[in-house]
Write a protein that binds this ligand. Structure first.
Ligand code: MN
Length: 187
């Protein structure tokens, strides 16, 4: 197979990491890790727990294109995932061990270099009924130096990309950004 990286991924390879806060029919946080040119995705209803050893249910959902990782805005009602999407965290992740093998085995250990979430985390697949491989995983904060210093997920209520609240995104309040020429324009 043709891949851009060495088989198994080089040690220390940094890949895109994203969390999108998503007010759909139910509020959840979409936790996304780039692997093999796509975003592996888990919906975390309660959001990542940052305290040492915190465990949160993470439901594996379909892969998303890497380009979607920069999306913030409104998905129209009636479409899949209709609702408001906020870029809640972004950065890179680094597998501890072989990323592909660990993902396939349902036991990923990795370091996050996010703007908000840092340190070592685990994603562990739970066995389903009759030992089947289920969609339910656990997102577990490792007991490391980064865990106790972080504020809880609930206290971070604005976008890392635009500074907007969910309500401001929902109401379509434009972010103000500067283009290369320096002039401000509404995006
Ligand atoms: Mn979602």
């Amino acid at each position: 197979s043709r891949t851009r990286e060495p088989r198994g991924g080089a040690r220390g390879t940094r890949r895109l990491y994203i969390v999108q806060k998503h007010a759909a029919s139910r509020l959840h946080y979409d936790f996304r890790l780039e692997l093999d040119g796509t975003l592996k995705s888990w919906a975390v209803p309660k959001g990542p727990g940052v305290q040492p050893g915190a465990k949160r249910l993470a439901v594996h959902v379909e892969d998303h294109p890497v380009e979607y990782g920069s999306f913030e805005g409104i998905i129209p009602e009636g479409e899949y995932g209709g609702g408001t999407v906020m870029l809640w965290d972004r950065g890179t992740w680094e597998a501890i061990g072989d990323a592909r093998a660990a993902y396939r085995a349902g036991r990923l250990k990795f370091r996050l270099h996010g703007e908000r979430l840092k340190g070592i985390w685990n994603l562990v697949r739970m066995s389903g009924a009759a030992g089947e491989k289920g969609k339910n995983w656990l997102l577990i904060k490792d007991r490391d130096e980064a865990s106790s210093r972080q504020e809880t997920t609930e206290k971070k209520t604005t976008s890392v990309a635009s500074g907007r609240s969910m309500d401001a995104i929902r109401r379509g309040r434009p972010r103000v950004r500067r283009s290369k020429g320096g002039e401000e324009h509404r995006a």
